[in-house]
Ligand binder design. Structure first.
Ligand code: HEC
Length: 271
């Protein structure tokens, strides 16, 4: 509760009592008082629809009360009739008659004038990785780490193919649901996901170090840094399910299948 607002309403009610206000003033004061309390009296904002609902109930209750007896009806209508018929109020009456539609128009104008831009929502797709991660109690230095199987491509092509094949199996067992069976990021879960899974065929991963991928695969969405959020990535932290080797094999497969090469370490050193 916002004590200052409650206090202000209480003081106004006290003043009305002190001045022996008429029934009409009381009805108006109750209506405005309840509105002010609902709108500004609580520190958590109350939805506009709820406020309208309450104000509807309050209006009906006040109407029922002031019309419940002959005297009350008289007491409320007397000042109104006087206001509308007596000569000295003519100017005020004219102003009121003009003010009501003018206020309604101003309200519509203010509401329509809200700029129609979507709220800003941006996300750093490739935030800076930490310099070191721990996967299965083993530290991996992301600045120097490279796929341990990559050099086999030259030294032992047969063994290299075995690891690519392992990677392929890992991919189609775990990753295909999101990243798609052709690796283009259109797996069957895609429609429920925002951000959508990465497309590995569009050249993005050729611009990334393979150590960056091992960070993203092992730590997933939960491992993304705070800054640059909002992070609501569905990418799982695969260190819970895969061995470090298996993650490297999956990376091997990603590059092999798409015919790309990870960005070399020398390149980063110069930038
Ligand atoms: C539940 C869905 C889901 C599964 C399953 C999944 N991913 Fe992802 N992945 C995502 C989403 C969504 C993103 C994009 C958001 C992000 O960067 O975290 C992503 C991002 C990535 C990235 C980061 C790419 C970049 O450009 O930074 C890599 C690498 C990756 N996934 C690899 C994998 C691998 C390998 C597997 C299987 C072992 C896998 N993913 C399984 C949803 C998934």
């Amino acid at each position: 509760m916002n004590i200052l607002v409650v206090l202000a309403v209480a003081i106004v009610f006290g003043l009305l009592r002190f001045r022996r206000a008429g029934l009409l003033a009381w009805a108006g004061a109750w209506w405005v008082g309840v509105y002010v309390l609902l709108r500004f009296g609580f520190s958590a904002p109350i939805p506009a629809s709820v406020v309208s609902l309450y104000m509807g109930i309050v209006s009906i209750a006040l109407l029922a009360y002031v019309s419940s007896s002959e005297e009350r009806r008289d007491e409320v209508s007397r000042p109104l009739v006087r206001f509308m018929t007596e000569k000295r109020y003519t100017a005020l009456l004219g102003a009121t008659v003009l003010a009501i539609p003018a206020l309604a128009a101003a309200n519509v104008y203010v509401r329509m004038n809200v700029p129609l831009e979507p709220p800003l929502f941006s996300r750093t797709v490739h935030p800076a990785s930490p310099s070191e991660i721990t996967v299965h109690d083993k530290k991996i230095d992301l600045d120097t780490a490279e796929n341990p199987f990559l050099r086999l491509e030259r030294t032992n092509p047969g063994e290299f193919r075995t690891h690519v094949e392992n990677g392929r199996r890992i991919y189609y067992r775990n990753c295909v649901f999101c990243h798609g069976d052709d690796l283009s990021g259109n797996g069957m879960f895609v429609h429920g996901l925002d951000p959508i899974p990465t497309n590995f065929t569009d050249g993005t991963i050729a611009g990334l170090r393979d150590s960056f991928l091992v960070w993203r695969i092992s730590k997933g969405g939960p491992g993304l840094p705070e800054e640059g959020g909002p992070w609501d990535s569905a990418m799982p932290a695969w260190e819970k399910l895969l061995k470090e080797e298996e993650m490297w094999e999956a990376i091997l497969f990603l590059y092999d299948y798409t015919g790309q090469k990870p960005r070399a370490r020398e390149e980063t050193a110069h930038q």
